[in-house]
Design a protein around this ligand. Sequence first.
Ligand code: PLP
Length: 434
Amino acid sequence: MKELESPLPPIVHNQVSEVRSLFQKYVMPTYGRFDVALSHGAGSYVWDVTGKRYLDLGSGIAVCSLGHAHPEITEALIEQSRRLVHVSNLYYNAPQGRLAERIVSHLAPGKVFFSNSGAEANEGLYKLARKFGHDEGRFEVLTAFNSFHGRTLAGISATGQEKVKKGFEPMVAGFRHIPFNDLAAAREALSPATAAILIEGIQGEGGITPATAEYLVGLRALCDKKRLLLLMDGVQCGHFRSGRFQSFQRILEGFSGATGFLPDGLSMAKSLGGGFPIGAFWVRDEAHGVALSELLGPGTHATTYGGNPLGCAVASRIFDVIEREKLADNVRTTGGWLQSELGRLVQTYPTVVKSARGVGFMLGFELQPREQIPGMSASTTLPSLQMVNRLHAAGVLTVPSGGQVIRLLPSLNLSLGQAKEGIALIEQVIAACA
Ligand SMILES: Cc1ncc(COP(=O)(O)O)c(C=O)c1O
């Protein structure tokens, strides 16, 4: 306890080049990194190694659901690590069972498998689909163009973006892509081998595109008619980021014909662990007369760390805080305010901002083409990266999505005051480009 109460470590200036050169020498260059070396954080603020403070509107790409250094996450880590950090899945452990119960209580009767990441949670869904269709020779999973499902080999095969596949062919067999929010295209794409359709409720990496209520309900009806599994990837858009536990619950609010809507399987990760690496997938008890949640029986699927007591204790505590502090309501009200402010920026700076979209705390604004933005450099650097760099200089962290979109994925406990601070900084940067 003592160490945690002591002041933050002294800030050592000018470490950036030292940290960067360690990366250049020893870390694989798989990421295009910004020239920022982060040191520590508190709530929605992070500091870099030079002592510069940033308002974090990216939260580690929708991960730090309670912000940085949340005392209750620290407490859960300490308490659980004093008892039991890890046990094999050859044994029962209470934190895993309790977290599974918590997840099921937010969805519907079903069961949960715990993984370590979002890609791995989706892998479980692909295996579920294959097992489901196996005896009828069905194995194919349809996914959407512009989707993102992770970087494993099956993940890039499932992802509907060419750039993640390039150089890694041949892809894993059995994935085909369909246009998002186009029900007729889904219907036409079905083949006798199709076993499932997998979509994100709100496409994240693809540039913040919510599914329409009509699409969700239409896909459900199509899957019911054709005996297919409807699978949803809630890795980025899930865990209250939409203002409800899952984005489909928010999208379908008040939509007639949506009563009782449920996917057959749902993956999650990111905000579930608030920074502790944990993923999961939930499967409903029964679909098409099959006991779906029993389909992956003993010996069919496993992972060493999945559902370890430490990660599950943290994730359960995060649920406690979100519910006690009514953070879903905060996401709805503060997210609504942010969204209307982004709309105002579109109106005020039409030469810079083309559109704004999203739900809750999963928001994005799209930039105009580079050559049309008066204050943007004609360099080869993508407009989104130029904007994110300028926002860094102004003291705010955001996340680019492709070349044109800037994402805001703040912590669920971002206050209205912090949202106002963020918009003021963003407006300052946009105004300088107009
Ligand atoms: C929708 C979606 N699915 C899956 C993943 C992969 O998750 P992970 O990086 O934890 O493997 C991501 C990551 O960005 C995602 O946004």
